[in-house]
Design a protein around this ligand. Structure first.
Ligand code: SF4
Ligand code: SF4
Length: 102
């Protein structure tokens, strides 16, 4: 099995990746330069940046957002995700405890 996880949670369950507002993006490439994880790729046809590998984004990282002068990059609410992760971890721990008891 080669499932990517974060704190033991399958990565594909975690809603964290950048979104690009195409209206604002000018295709400057700053986000591509700052992210080492192949999350972005330039769409040559439109001259706009695309998110091509959203699951490659590091959970809770939002570094590229600060490098976009056009404010074209957005992320979900960080505090809300932290609450979701905490609840998810509590649920996993409770399930493990229940499994150990039975
Ligand atoms: S940094 Fe912003 S404006 Fe530049 S390519 Fe990335 S999303 Fe587009
Ligand atoms: S938040 Fe971090 S890991 Fe995610 S796309 Fe931006 S720079 Fe890359």
């Amino acid at each position: 099995m080669n499932e990517r996880t974060y704190l033991g949670i399958p990565r594909d369950e975690i809603a964290w990746n950048p979104a690009i507002d195409e209206e604002k993006c000018i295709g400057c490439g700053q986000c591509l330069e700052v992210c080492p994880n192949n999350v972005f790729a330039m769409d040559e046809a439109s001259g706009k940046m695309k998110v091509v590998n959203p699951q490659n984004c590091v959970v809770l990282c939002d570094k590229c957002k600060a490098f976009c002068d056009q404010e074209a990059i957005s992320f979900p609410d960080k505090e809300e995700l932290k609450r979701w992760l905490a609840a998810r971890l509590r649920a996993s721990a409770a399930a493990r405890t229940k499994g150990a008891d039975s």
